[in-house]
Design a protein around this ligand. Structure first.
Ligand code: AMP
Length: 139
């Protein structure tokens, strides 16, 4: 498998070289809003430790990371007033991965509301408002 590239966009966000609308951060993980949300409240959760995807991440980091995914998913559902959530994670181009720093998508869901198509930039004000709702639920 290709080696981890420290110049991927999420590594730049972790280093503060690129902006992000952050909703949660601790020693293990960072959660921030997806700029092309496929659902209202679409959040990404990434580890601070470098890993390309599920194939190379340290199992101990993965174990800690999934606990953060659960924490943020619960807050995204509660904060957004959603009925459920889809959790997505893609591996390599063939698996749908575009950014090669492992990340979990948290997509709040409502019955009968389909996901929007990928690749459409979201409304900045709406994304900021949804981030505040999720942060409020995180306490
Ligand atoms: P994938 O690797 O297929 O899981 O897709 C990468 C995801 O990252 C997509 O949902 C993009 O909308 C999202 N994305 C790409 N660049 C940024 C960025 N600078 N800030 C937030 N989300 C991003």
């Amino acid at each position: 498998m290709t080696a981890y590239d420290p110049n991927n966009i999420f590594a730049k966000i972790l280093r503060g070289e690129m902006p992000a609308t952050k909703v949660y951060e601790d020693d293990v993980a960072l959660a921030f809003m997806d700029i092309m949300p496929r659902a209202d409240g679409h959040v990404l959760v990434i580890p601070k430790a470098p890993a390309r995807n599920l194939m190379d991440i340290d199992p101990g980091v993965l174990s800690a990371l999934i606990q953060r995914v659960q924490k943020v998913a619960k807050a995204a559902v509660a904060g957004m007033g959603a009925e459920g959530a889809s959790i997505q994670q893609f591996n390599e181009s063939a698996g749908g991965q575009i950014v090669f720093h492992i990340h979990f998508h948290i997509l709040p869901r409502w019955t009968g509301v389909p996901l929007r198509p990928p690749g459409q930039m979201g409304d900045k004000a709406a994304i900021a408002a949804h981030a505040e709702m999720i942060k409020a639920a995180l306490g």
